[in-house]
Design a protein around this ligand. Structure first.
Ligand code: DX5
Ligand code: ZN
Length: 224
């Protein structure tokens, strides 16, 4: 099953309820929420207060992507605010195993995120503990960046590692995803597709959500 996760980073922040309703009508499975602190990434976005407000209007699970320097300090607040999925970056967590156990213990799905320069092999010891692996296909920080082509092969290598370690984790991909590359990342093994600009940068986010899913159908039918 392919899940479409529109990223509200490119939505209208003064009218989030309207934009979220549009992508939900278009068949969004998840709502992807990008949290940035101005330290781990150059940009600053939103915190638990806004996540709580979004949780009140969204009818799909919130997929909260933490691009912050000290996620352990805030995970509890984001889950209390309504995060159903929480992903944390490998690059900032020396005690990743403990962080993942904490997220799961609080009843949310736990994901580990790899930046473009972080090796697939870093998943080796955590693959069996996570619910999903998020492969960044841009350097995190901003919406609307160009898809890094090597990410297709990286997804394939993550897929191989998960198979080899008998992990049931799903693969999510985030950054520069649109209808021109969605089918190939699905064929490579991704099943959760994040898209910001391709959906909210369009004049019709509802139709763009549907179009993104439709663009994956050829790959999904032939996968494995
Ligand atoms: C990038 C964020 C992404 C971003 C994706 O730092 O993690 O979720 O919103 O946006 P697009 O699809 O525009 O690359
Ligand atoms: Zn994201």
């Amino acid at each position: 099953m392919i899940q479409i996760a529109p990223s509200i980073l490119s939505a209208n922040f003064a009218d989030l309820a309207r934009d979220i309703a549009a992508v939900e009508r278009g068949g969004a499975d998840l709502i992807h929420v990008d949290v940035m602190d101005g330290h781990f990434v150059p940009n600053i976005t939103i915190g638990p207060v806004v996540v709580r407000a979004i949780h009140k209007v969204a009818t799909r699970p919130l997929d909260v992507h933490l691009m912050i320097e000290d996620p352990d300090r805030y995970i509890d607040d984001f889950i209390s605010a309504g995060a159903a999925m929480v992903s944390v970056h490998q690059e900032v967590l020396p005690h990743l195993h403990r962080t993942i156990a904490f997220i799961k213990g609080r009843g949310a799905k736990a994901g580990v995120v790899l930046n473009p320069s972080t090796p697939v092999s870093s998943l080796e010891e955590i693959a069996n503990d996570v619910d999903f692996v998020l492969v960044m296909s841009v350097n995190p920080g901003f919406g609307g960046q160009a898809f890094i082509r090597d990410s297709v092969d990286k997804v394939r290598r993550v897929r191989d590692l998960l198979t080899r370690t008998r992990s049931t984790a799903s693969i999510e991909i985030d950054g520069g995803i649109d209808a021109t590359n969605a089918a190939e990342v699905v064929a490579a093994g991704a099943s959760i597709l994040v898209a910001g600009h391709a959906i909210f940068g369009s004049s019709d986010p509802e139709a763009a959500t549907r179009a993104l899913r439709d663009s994956t159908s050829s790959a999904a039918g032939t996968r494995r």
